[in-house]
Design a protein around this ligand. Structure first.
Ligand code: IVH
Length: 671
């Protein structure tokens, strides 16, 4: 079998296994076998860039970068649905449908009921069975072309199966499964990063990310619920869904054909509670006329079709008693009031706490301890208090007082103008703020000081041994061995871990400092761009804004951080202790550096993660060379999209290894 055939065979088999796993939920091979096939495919694609195909399953892991999403004008406007909240309103919809069709109210009409998936709508275009465009709704008339990001959604077919038409447009909902949402937020909490508000925002935000490999990490999913009519011989909406299924799309299995309003009502009642058992958020039911002839007869208004309506469940509410209010201090010093409730069952879980957001919120509700309150769970995971039952209020109750001093350090709280949140400004001495900063600094994705986890930081703090990040590097063996639960061995481990942190690359050091809004990915981009802490310190807001993905909020936050003397002192202290402050050879993990050092890379094609100039800079900074033509002295041909064919041929003749952007990124961790 020649390489071309093998590549095609692998792509086909991988997509089939992908389909079995993500659409049918019925895998027939192990993850290991799947990975092996993927490895082989990626290897072959690297060797043979001439056979590249944007719809190869290898693109599902991402890698492509989109700086600006092209505008895509929808061929048919993307409408929304009108909402209903009661049985009465559904009966009204039924009446309007029948009137529009010239039927009598007693004539039966079939409705098709589906769960309303709470994600973001997407329009997918296929040409000759290949995914050609994935487009967001935008304003309904035109959206963003987010095809690169759409390819990372495993349940969206890249190539269709069966007897698909030459051209096809389908619509559906991209969503983040609840389980993924919870796991991501847990990770974010541990890393001290801002949390995702809800699964819908998370899905929407993901589609707008520039780096598709980050989108791939978000493990999005997609149900298709609508087939745009053109030449098919189908009479009903539910037949359309069957077709979609036969072409390989994932169609929600919980839809039902309902013969009349009674069936519709039954469907709605059934899913009222059951919806909490599925791994995606649903906020209602979509009721569609099943007969497609009726769709064209009824038509649409400017906003929504007349043949469909959404029924929205009221957010679940429960009544309980407010037992206490406590105040939490976060790593950034923000104070969050928390309601302690008498445990109550709500939307499938037992609720004991509710966020009270801020002082204004408490005031607006005129909340009092002992009050009977109504709690509600909407799209958000944390429930909220929506109302106080005044009829049950005791005559002697007094309003909940917002604290004026920090519950942790006693410092007076501040509240900046225009800000809802109270803050404890005592950054340097307020325990949760100090401990939080140190825990973040030592965490795995930052300085990776293994034996300096939450508990150890707690202990060292309690004993007065650390009050600041710099104190980590002042710890001595004598101090440590005296600690409870701390023998020679743990002391050695900790000191060793601290010592090792001195070889952590600059990009991680930058992340470890905990500058607000500077997460892992942004830190890396800034590090590559600035090259060193010293350069970064001098960069103006405008210069910072030139860095990919750095906006005003991030740029200002960086400037603010460096404007404080304590922070620049810390940087100088850390530098003295031998912490990496620049992107230099010694900063990089050895193997990365070794991969480049002394080697010659010929660069050809268009790169997505980084510009060619930046790529060249990185190679040269790490001891490599970038000549312009391939010769026997070349070690690697580094190819982007559409590499020069002569270069590829020459490299092949000379037996020179060809690697692509992704492999370079994997080997070096630099882009
Ligand atoms: S049908 C012409 N079916 O709800 C509109 N929409 O408020 C066709 N949605 O924009 C939409 N689940 O993003 C339809 N099973 C479902 C749906 C669904 C979620 C979303 C969709 C739409 C919005 C309307």
């Amino acid at each position: 079998m020649n390489p071309k055939e093998r590549i095609e065979q692998l792509r086909k088999e991988i997509e089939e296994h992908n389909y079995r796993y993500y659409v049918l939920n019925d895998p027939v091979i192990s993850d290991f076998e799947f990975d092996q096939m993927m490895q082989e495919l990626m290897q072959l694609e690297k060797l043979h860039p001439e056979f590249q195909d944007p719809n190869s399953p290898s693109n599902r892991v991402g890698g492509a970068i989109t700086k600006l999403f092209p505008v895509f004008v929808h061929k048919h406007p993307m409408l929304s649905l009108s909402n209903t909240y009661s049985r009465g309103e559904i009966a009204e919809f039924d009446r309007r449908v029948k009137e529009g069709l010239g039927l009598r109210i007693s004539d039966p009409v079939d409705y098709f009921c589906e769960l309303k998936i709470d994600g973001i709508s997407i329009s997918l275009h296929y040409e000759k069975g290949m995914l050609a465009h994935g487009v967001t709704r935008g304003d309904g008339e035109k959206g963003d072309d987010v095809t690169h990001n759409v390819r990372t959604v495993r349940s969206i077919p890249l190539k269709l199966k069966g007897d698909f038409p030459k051209e096809l447009e389908v619509r559906g909902e991209i969503f983040m499964p609840k389980s993924v949402f919870l796991r991501l937020n847990e990770e974010k909490q541990k890393a001290g990063e801002p949390l995702l508000a809800n699964p819908r925002n998370a899905a929407g935000g993901s589609m707008k990310m520039q780096d598709s490999s980050e989108v791939a990490a978000r493990k999005l999913d997609c149900f298709i619920y609508y087939l745009i009519q053109s030449e098919f011989d189908i009479k009903t909406h539910h037949e359309g869904l069957q077709k979609l299924r036969s072409w390989g799309f994932k169609v929600n299995p919980h839809s039902r054909l309902c013969r009349g309003l009674e069936d519709v009502e039954h469907y709605i009642n059934t899913w009222k509670d059951k919806r909490y058992d599925v791994d995606y958020e649903t906020d209602g039911v979509v009721i569609k006329v099943d007969n497609l002839k009726y769709h064209s007869e009824l038509g649409s208004t400017a906003k929504s079709p007349r043949w469909a309506v959404a029924f929205k469940y009221k957010a679940e509410q429960a009544s309980t008693v407010l037992e206490d209010v406590s105040f939490q201090v976060g790593r950034t010093g923000a104070i969050t009031p928390v309601a302690h409730l008498k445990p109550v069952r709500l939307a499938g879980t037992i609720v004991k706490r509710a966020s009270l957001h801020n002082a204004d919120f408490i005031k607006k509700l005129d909340l009092r301890i002992g009050d009977t309150v109504l709690v509600e769970k909407g799209g958000e995971i944390i429930p909220k208090i929506v109302e106080v039952d005044l009829s049950k209020r005791s005559l002697f109750s007094t309003p909940v007082e917002f604290i004026s001093r920090c519950p942790e350090c006693g410092h007076e709280l501040i509240r900046k103008e225009d800000e809802a949140q109270h803050f404890c400004p005592n950054e340097d001495a307020c325990p949760p703020q100090v401990k939080g900063r140190i825990i973040h600094f030592a965490s795995r994705k930052a300085m990776n000081i293994e034996s300096l986890g939450e508990e150890t930081v707690e202990l060292l703090y309690e004993r007065g041994l650390i009050r600041d990040i710099s104190d980590i590097y002042k710890l001595s063996r004598e101090q440590l061995v005296k600690l409870p639960r701390f023998g020679e061995k743990s002391a050695s481990n900790l000191l060793e871990g601290i010592e090792k942190s001195k070889s952590i690359p600059f990009e991680k050091v930058l992340f470890a400092l905990g500058i607000r809004h500077v997460g892992e990915t942004i830190a890396r981009k800034i590090a590559i761009h600035a090259g060193s802490m010293w350069k970064l310190m001098q960069m103006s807001e405008d210069e910072l804004l030139q860095i990919p993905d750095v906006g005003q909020i991030i740029a200002q936050s960086i400037r603010r951080w460096f404007s404080k003397k304590e922070n620049t002192d810390l940087v100088h202290f850390l530098a003295e202790k031998g912490i990496c402050m620049e992107m230099s050879k010694s900063d990089l993990p050895k193997e990365n550096h070794a991969f480049i050092n002394g080697k010659s890379f010929v660069i050809s094609g268009v790169f997505h993660r980084i510009s060619r100039e930046e790529l060249k800079k990185i190679i040269e900074m790490n001891g490599g060379k970038c000549p312009s033509s391939v010769s026997s002295k070349t070690d690697y041909l580094l190819t982007g999209e559409n590499p020069g064919p002569e270069k590829v041929n020459k490299a092949r003749q000379l037996g020179i290894k060809i690697i692509d952007e992704r492999e370079f990124a994997e080997k070096t961790g630099l882009i």
